[in-house]
Design a protein around this ligand. Structure first.
Ligand code: TMP
Length: 215
């Protein structure tokens, strides 16, 4: 496909939303004349946005089991890939997505205990084997993640009250994936200042966009 697919991943409170905003202008400047799309998961289509609402907060505070979460998030993902991501990549766009399949591997797999082979089948069906060209992993120590989540609006958060072991497992899950998919992953130290995080991320984007653009 002529486009470039970049994903941003990381545990809770690592600064993905801040980075997504900060990337908008410089990334557009980096590839003049190319369409650049910023999107996120769960979400990105009207149906997937509904799933996001459900996924993040169920009526009555009910908690879904991780297998149900995996099915739900992949239904949203299939809609997002089919309607938004793949058509954009076919047009040659740069697509930047806040979370993608690696979030499922970590949250529903590593943390939730859903069998990896089951998840890979779901992911393969939902994405049609689409893989990111670059995955920026914002990495933070577990203590920092926990402290930052503690300062967020608790009503918005699925992970308020999580203990340190859970954040450590989240971090380990992501770092394992960075080893497994070393070619596409770039690990960025998210405890650096926002400017430094942005600079590091832009230099990885530059490397991929320069190499990857097929006219
Ligand atoms: P965020 O706005 O913090 O990224 O919220 C999305 C939440 O959904 C976050 O807690 C991670 C979770 N999630 C999964 O559990 N599995 C997934 O596949 C995705 C995309 C997100």
């Amino acid at each position: 496909m002529p486009g470039s697919f970049l994903t941003i991943e990381g545990g809770e409170g690592v600064g993905k939303s801040t980075l997504m905003k900060a990337l908008e202008v410089p990334l557009r400047e980096m590839c003049p004349g190319r369409e650049v799309i910023f999107t996120r998961e769960p979400g990105g289509t009207p149906f997937a946005d509904e799933v996001r609402g459900l996924f993040r907060r169920l009526p009555g505070g009910e908690k879904l089991n991780p297998g149900v979460e995996a099915l739900l998030v992949n239904a949203a993902r299939k809609d997002h890939v089919d309607q938004v991501i793949r058509p954009a990549l076919e047009r040659g766009a740069v697509v930047v997505c806040d979370r993608f399949a690696d979030s499922t591997r970590v949250y529903q797999g590593h943390l939730g205990g859903v069998d990896r082979s089951v998840l890979e089948s779901l992911l393969s069906f939902a994405t049609g084997q689409l893989q990111p060209d670059l995955t920026l992993l914002l990495d933070l120590p577990a203590e920092t993640m926990r402290d930052r989540v503690g300062q967020r609006d608790q009503d918005q958060d699925r992970y308020d009250g999580g203990d340190l072991n859970m954040y450590q497992a989240m971090r380990t899950g992501y770092l394992n994936l960075a080893d497994e998919f070393a070619v596409r992953f770039a690990v960025v130290e998210a405890s650096a200042s926002p400017d430094e995080v942005l600079k590091a991320c832009l230099s990885h984007c530059h490397r991929i966009l320069k190499k990857g653009h097929k006219e």
